[in-house]
Ligand binder design. Sequence first.
Ligand code: HEM
Length: 188
Amino acid sequence: MWPAALLTYQGVTNTLGPDPTANIELTTGYNTLLLLILSLGISPLRRLIPQLSWLIKFRRLLGLFAFFYGTVHMLTYVALYAGFDLNTMVTDIAKRKFITIGVAAWLLLVPLAATSTNWAIRKLGGKNWNRLHKLVYVAAVCGVIHYWWQVKTGVLSPLRLTVVLAVLLLARPVLAWWQRRKVRVVAA
Ligand code: HEM
């Protein structure tokens, strides 16, 4: 909650900086992506270091916080960038590809947040729930593309999160292969 608390404090004390709208938009956008990527890191970390299995308790929390920041980010755009003007939003979504992919990323997060309760997991069944929640990878990739498309040419600030996400995407098949190999060795 630290970034949200800081933004609130800065808002109340009028210290959001020379461009308060950009400050809110950049802080919420960055934290959406950071929290998504952190939530994705938990499963591979558990497989690699079983002693860290307790981290699983925080995966849903991280995902829901990512959705919270993503929604504040989207609402900041709707209220402060587009001024609730539907025409501006439709034109932006159609013409500015970084907005289009940002909207896609947010829309992908909606069914994930909506099915995050124990009740939804039971209703969907573990297998379907897992399948649906793979969308988080697609949302994170869209988020990274959105980040690259909104920075000026030559600015490399999205690189760090891009590398972390690439490692996590690669870790999935590598860890699955490693686990299969371990099972074969034990069975042999
Ligand atoms: C309705 C959906 C979205 C809209 C309309 C939107 C719009 C924007 C806008 C206008 C900016 C640029 C702010 C500026 O240059 O002043 C921005 C930046 C950003 N957005 Fe989004 N976005 C959306 C969804 C998302 C989602 C779902 C994520 C993450 C998964 C995300 C991550 C980011 C990041 C990382 C930045 C750059 C932050 C930085 O430079 O530090 N956005 N977004």
